[in-house]
Ligand binder design. Sequence first.
Ligand code: PSU
Ligand code: MN
Length: 319
Amino acid sequence: MRLPLSISSSVKAALANGLPVVALESTIITHGMPYPQNLVTARRVEQVVRENGAEPATIAVLNGQLCVGLEDIQLEDLALSTGAMKLSRADLAIALATGRTGSTTVAATMIAAKLAGIAVFATGGIGGVHRGAETSFDISADLQELAQTPVTVIAAGAKAILDIPKTLEVLETLGVPVITFGQDDFPAFWARSSGLRSPQRLDDPSAIAASHLMRDALGLPGGQLVANPINVDDEIPLEQMEPLIARALSEAQSLNIAQKAVTPFLLGRIFELTAGRSLVANISLVKNNAGLAARIAGLDRCQDEARRTEAGAGRGAAD
Ligand code: PSU
Ligand code: MN
């Protein structure tokens, strides 16, 4: 079976020339933000990647093609569409086999990035262990993906709609490195701190790029999660979010919202309950993550190059 993988000409050129490329997901466009902010943000995030020296590759499934890098018109169509599927690992093959259109979650975007040869990916927040998972069993496939697909994912931590302590425990069990950039506390998406200490902290993007390569050198599968705290001016402290989150969660429960509808429902309700402030924060943190991802991607390539040169020099000396 031939894989319907379609890499845009600009992404193809960047990859062929060894230039840094940053993957971007599309569920945030179709299920994470309302129109027109979703389109404005998607374009702006691509621009931030470019300003930081890398080529953006927004990923989605369009009419059964796994597209890596979207033309502006494709981005616009996706932002306007109301029927796009939300595609995670479990859905990707079916959507491609049946010619469907859908956006990719963090898990599915990682799969596509790996296929295209892209090692760095920026998003807003990853999916995780939901509150009440002990009865609902609702744990995002994003966590398993981080354990098996070699892509470094830059996110603003995990949303406080999730059970953050349990999310960190599952990541630890799965052997996923969780690295907070520049602070000790693991961030909570809209808030800079979750009140929990991050498993790891690195202050230097080149150390993050080197760790990515070292996992590969060790022969370990999987990627790493880089948690990048939201800018202080745009954060919404946890205490302010908590009552709104509690309300959104209880509404979800009484409406019997389940499976892949849970995250979009909660995000939509929180947008309404914060009178749009959650969206302002969300846009700010995605741009912030795109910038850091582009810097890491640049270093990743340099490091890779350096490693090859070093290996070559080492062999030369042994000869
Ligand atoms: N965080 C956001 N907006 C989003 C998502 C996360 O602020 O749209 C999306 C991401 O694509 C993530 C997905 O991969 O939600 C997780 O969904 P689930 O919990 O159903 O696995
Ligand atoms: Mn889920």
